[in-house]
Write a protein that binds this ligand. Structure first.
Ligand code: FAD
Length: 403
């Protein structure tokens, strides 16, 4: 049986290995002259390829029950799979990385296995059209191929410079598949105000609380990065999936930033604590007291936004406004950054159109879909790659069985 895999990314490489193990003749077509371009960028070049906490709450889909079937059937096979490929990994608080701290270890392990199994990879081959007659006919910009089965593993629209630029959705759509609205996720957020140039470059431990139409919906804590357009950092990314969905439905999205998450009490207690600090640090300017626990650039900005002079003392000022800015700074979200910056995408082919035991299309027999092309997205922390591996395994193992 001739199986063609379209895309040599995360899910494509795994599906090819599994299909070959199952006894198929496998060929991979990749548009780039290099495989796994996106994989190489993952985890800041370290590849956070798995997470110990595979709770369903870390995944999102328009049909989470169907996703659950995939998760339950494959989540325990990811680590043994990579162990068999020779990957020695480490577990940093549940986040798994190759011990080398290099994503090249993961990409090379997959490519070494592909080579050992004598799977052919044809690079510089952009698939432009696929037809199904007796066999599948796959057209590329420079060639034509015939296949018994096709695994579509073209990725999503995020980071188009890596090769996954959304064209896979069009290939699936031509076969009659629906594409649920595709939106950027795990992405930076752009704010509505105009002072962001002044906080650019600041990093601060923070607690973020997301309010949607004034209703609290999620909290995240972590290192917040302040940028000239708004906010970034993992805690921001983990709220961005909800923000992106909400903005798409014209909901008001607002994030309250607490710049002192280590102070685990309320504003009244903070006022008392500041009074005590002020008494202890007599003759200190307010700015000097604040710089004892906040970034100095942030202190200047917060004072400016509260209309407080830099040389003021604690006793002289309107305390309420300043405490509000420190503990519940209102960041009004205007939009998310675009697909160029997003680590993953919301939306794609709905799971209802796929047999989730095999990843075979319910619309076209012999066509399989994997990875980000499907309507599943995960939180930051190894979840998106986990889904790519799981869906790739299922498709590769099933192509022959469903003959
Ligand atoms: C900067 C960044 C960091 C990330 N970090 C992490 C992380 O640490 N942990 C994590 O879990 N996830 C991370 N992700 C997400 C993760 O990389 C993706 O979820 C995963 O790679 C998706 O796998 P895939 O197989 O669906 O698509 P991809 O890995 O994108 O592979 C698709 C492949 O198909 C090829 N292709 C597309 N169209 C065609 C065509 N028509 N013909 C031929 N070839 C085609 C592309 O060139 C590409 O090689 C990160 C993403 C980014 C952008």
């Amino acid at each position: 049986m001739d199986v063609f895999v379209i895309g040599a990314g995360a899910s494509g490489l795994v599906s090819a290995i599994k299909a070959k193990d199952a006894g198929c003749n496998v060929t991979i077509l990749e548009r780039n002259n290099k495989c796994g371009k996106k994989l190489l960028l993952t985890g800041n070049g370290r590849c956070n390829f798995y997470n110990e906490n595979q709770d369903i709450k870390h995944y999102h889909s328009s049909n989470i029950d169907l996703f659950k079937e995939i998760l339950e059937s494959k989540k325990d096979e990811i680590l043994p799979f990579f162990k068999d490929l020779g990957i020695v990994y480490k577990n940093n608080n549940g986040y798994y990385y190759p011990y080398s701290n290099q994503s090249t270890s993961i990409v090379n392990a997959l490519l070494n296995k592909v080579k050992k199994l004598k799977i052919e990879i044809i690079k510089d081959t952009l698939v432009t059209k696929i037809e199904k007659k007796d066999k599948f006919i796959i057209y590329s910009d420079n060639n034509k191929f015939y296949a018994d089965k096709v695994i579509l593993a073209c990725g999503s629209s995020s980071y188009p410079k890596t090769g996954s630029d959304g064209n896979g959705y069009l290939l699936a759509k031509k076969f009659g598949h629906k594409i649920n609205k595709v939106l950027p996720s795990l992405v930076q957020l752009v704010g509505e105000d105009n002072f962001y140039k002044e906080w650019k470059g600041i990093r601060s431990d923070a607690k973020l609380t997301l309010f949607e139409n004034d209703k609290k919906i999620k909290e995240e804590r972590g290192e917040l990065q302040l940028t000239d357009y708004g906010i970034s950092g993992i805690c921001t990314f983990n709220l961005s999936a909800l923000v992106s969905r909400g903005l798409n439905k014209n909901k008001k999205e607002e994030i309250e930033i607490n710049f002192i998450p280590w102070f685990d009490k309320g504003k009244k207690e903070f006022l008392t604590w500041m009074n005590e600090q002020n008494n202890k640090l007599s003759n200190y300017k307010l700015k000097d007291i604040l710089e004892g626990f906040l970034n100095y650039k942030l202190v200047s900005l917060l004072l400016k936004l509260s209309n407080i002079k830099e040389d003021s003392t604690w006793n002289e000022i309107d305390k309420e406004k300043l405490i509000d800015l420190i503990m519940s700074f209102k960041f009004k979200v205007k939009e998310t950054k675009s697909f160029e910056n997003s680590q993953t995408c919301i939306g794609g082919v709905p799971l209802e159109e796929i047999n989730t035991k095999t990843m075979e299309s319910k619309i076209v027999k012999g066509l399989y879909l994997t990875g980000e092309l499907l309507d599943v997205d995960g939180d930051c922390g190894g979840y998106n790659l986990s889904f790519a591996w799981m869906s790739g395994m299922l498709a590769g193992e099933s192509v022959r069985k469903n003959d």
